[in-house]
Design a binder for this molecule. Structure first.
Ligand SMILES: NC(=O)c1ccc[n+]([C@@H]2O[C@H](COP(=O)([O-])OP(=O)(O)OC[C@H]3O[C@@H](n4cnc5c(N)ncnc54)[C@H](OP(=O)(O)O)[C@@H]3O)[C@@H](O)[C@H]2O)c1
Length: 228
């Protein structure tokens, strides 16, 4: 039986999300939750047939009272033209984008000495460059203003608001126990950093020289960046 949401039904009624990699795994679970909350979701990845069958399955679970829809759109996030098409098609379909969940990507566990340059580049190209392209398109290029203007609709003062959620930070921190590299993790909230460091430290094999160190730093503050 599916777990019921902790959020109020209808919380995201009439909102629109794009979930990259939304046809499988974590992305599919996020999509399912958003749909249950009334949010329409565009799921995208490279394999259209997998997206289409996920969309069909997810559609059957949407409550009949909900305005939510799920639409599959093929897109390789490494390809700028395809990312542009994803954003433009979503705007054309729904007239808005509220959430962008940068979930599409992947990595493989490998000791660093066995990792090929090709494998490394593929992971970076997808997780880093792909995420960058989606954020760039979502935030700067497909501005709501431009779309509304092109379609002759009034009220185009409402700049598109996109909340980007990226799932790769966890992967980066997890690299510690994969490649045996020490990591300094930093953000503004020291207590959160300390508990993350404690959790990550427990996963480091006893044979590994790696350490995780939390250092508080607001990256907007040049002095803090220099000192840390
Ligand atoms: N599971 C974990 O423990 C874990 C831990 C840390 C981080 N993560 C990250 O969380 C995300 C989801 O993980 P998951 O476990 O749910 O894995 P998953 O089922 O393999 O999901 C990855 C999704 O990303 C899509 N994708 C891969 N390359 C893409 C590309 N170039 N363009 C567009 N879509 C692409 C895949 O679809 P196509 O093949 O159809 O493109 C797939 O739907 C991944 O980014 C992963 O790196 C997972």
């Amino acid at each position: 039986m599916a777990a019921s949401s902790v959020f109020k039904a209808g919380l995201f009624n009439h909102k629109v999300a794009i979930v990259t990699g939304g046809g499988t795994g974590i992305g599919k679970a996020i999509t399912s939750e958003l749909l249950q909350l009334g949010c329409s979701v565009v799921i995208s990845s490279r394999k259209l047939d997998r997206l289409e069958s996920a969309a069909e399955e997810l559609t059957q679970k949407i409550p009949s009272s909900s305005p939510a829809k799920v639409t599959p759109i093929q897109c390789n996030i490494r390809n700028e033209e395809e990312v542009k098409n994803l954003m433009a098609s979503t705007l054309k379909l729904h007239g808005r984008i509220d959430f962008l969940v940068n979930n599409g990507g992947g990595q493989f566990s490998s000791p660093v000495n066995l990792m090929s340059a090709k494998g490394w580049k593929a992971v970076i190209d997808t997780n880093l460059n792909g995420t960058f392209l989606c954020c760039k398109e979502g935030l700067f290029i497909c501005s709501y203003n431009a779309w509304m203007k092109d379609h002759g609709v009034g009220h185009y003062n409402n700049i598109i608001k996109i909340l980007c959620i990226t799932l790769h930070c966890l992967a980066v921190s997890n690299i510690t126990h994969v490649v045996g590299c020490s990591v300094v993790i930093s953000s503004r909230k020291l207590d959160r950093l300390e508990s993350a460091a404690e959790e990550l430290t427990q996963k480091i094999p006893s044979s590994s020289p790696a350490k995780v160190t939390p250092i508080q730093c607001n990256i907007r503050n040049e002095e803090e960046v220099t000192v840390s």
